[in-house]
Write a protein that binds this ligand. Structure first.
Ligand SMILES: [Fe+2]
Length: 302
């Protein structure tokens, strides 16, 4: 189904018991009157998961009671927490700390950990130290971006596969901390460029790598065209953080960008990543691993 360029799609499901307030027309909703914890009822946890699939990003203000353990306990009600495959974890947890003091600034549009065959399902991020001004995060809806494509482009995109490597996204200026950890472990996976969301059945763009069968230059240019649909302002929502906010994004239907406009102010957020599954193409094929260069060079066993 094609949505019109000015469609309003981010409506509240009247059957959802949570107090949900959409933030923009196509993505993002604030959930009010809730205190997050590991002790939420099954009904509430299911309602949060349903709201996440529908709105793609959920914002919870004022969760200042949460510490690391409680954040992780809450996240475990939605999925299975997994340690970042390359970065150090916060002691005693599976959490990733993104600390401005380490020079970590994810100011590039991306989906998390696309180098994994099992694309993480979601991330649960808590604002620990937030600058007075700046450091917002912007999220984009990759499912509505797909719907916005002209039919001919969708038909082409549906057939393509993309090699994702963690070392590609940060080719230029990267912090030493990232170089030593994130880039020390190579993660490579081939995903369909368009994958079918396992809960909603929507098709979503999964960008950020080298398109199979295209030259590097053509891959870059075609990705730029698709990416321009993802980052149209109509398909995005921007969050102004406060300390104690919790933000959850559906990593299977979004990209995000951490705005690096806060100079030397301190900014610390902590993330629980929830394990996902291999992605599935529109014709039912699954994402797959890529043999390393070394493996490729090894002659096949007799
Ligand atoms: Fe990220």
């Amino acid at each position: 189904m094609t949505s019109n360029a000015n469609a309003f799609t981010n409506t509240v499901d009247p059957g959802n018991p949570l107090h949900i307030v959409p933030v923009s027309g196509r993505i993002g909703a604030e959930i009010r009157d809730i205190s997050l914890s590991a002790d939420l009822s099954d009904e509430t946890a299911a309602a949060i998961r349903n709201a996440l699939a529908r709105h793609k990003v959920l914002f919870f203000r004022g969760q200042n009671h949460l510490d690391d353990a409680a954040q992780e306990g809450f996240a475990a009600r939605l999925g299975e927490p997994m340690a970042h495959p390359a970065m150090p974890v916060v002691a005693g947890t599976s959490m990733l700390e993104l600390n401005s003091a380490d020079g970590v600034r994810a100011n590039v549009w991306h989906t998390d950990l696309t180098g994994l065959v099992a694309l993480p399902f979601a991330s649960v991020l808590r604002g620990v130290v937030i600058p007075d001004v700046g450091g917002d995060t912007v999220f984009a809806n990759t499912a509505v971006a797909y719907e916005n494509l002209p039919e001919e482009l969708r038909a082409l995109a549906d057939r393509l596969w993309v090699l994702h490597e963690n070392t590609r996204a940060y080719e230029q200026d990267i912090a030493e901390y990232v170089r030593q950890n994130y880039l020390a472990k190579v993660m490579r996976a081939i995903h369909p460029l368009v994958h079918v969301h396992p809960e909603t059945g929507e098709r979503a763009l999964l960008l950020g790598g080298q398109i199979e069968g295209f030259s590097k230059a053509d891959s870059q240019r075609f990705t730029e065209i698709l990416q321009s649909y993802v980052t149209r302002l109509e398909n995005t929502v921007r969050w102004r953080w406060s300390t104690g906010d919790v933000v959850i994004w559906d990593n299977r239907a979004t990209q995000h960008y951490a705005i690096d406009d806060y100079g030397d102010q301190k900014r610390v957020v902590r993330r629980v990543t929830l394990r996902g599954e291999p992605t599935v193409s529109v014709d039912g094929r699954r994402s797959r691993e890529v043999p390393t260069v070394q493996e490729k060079a090894t002659p096949a066993a007799a």
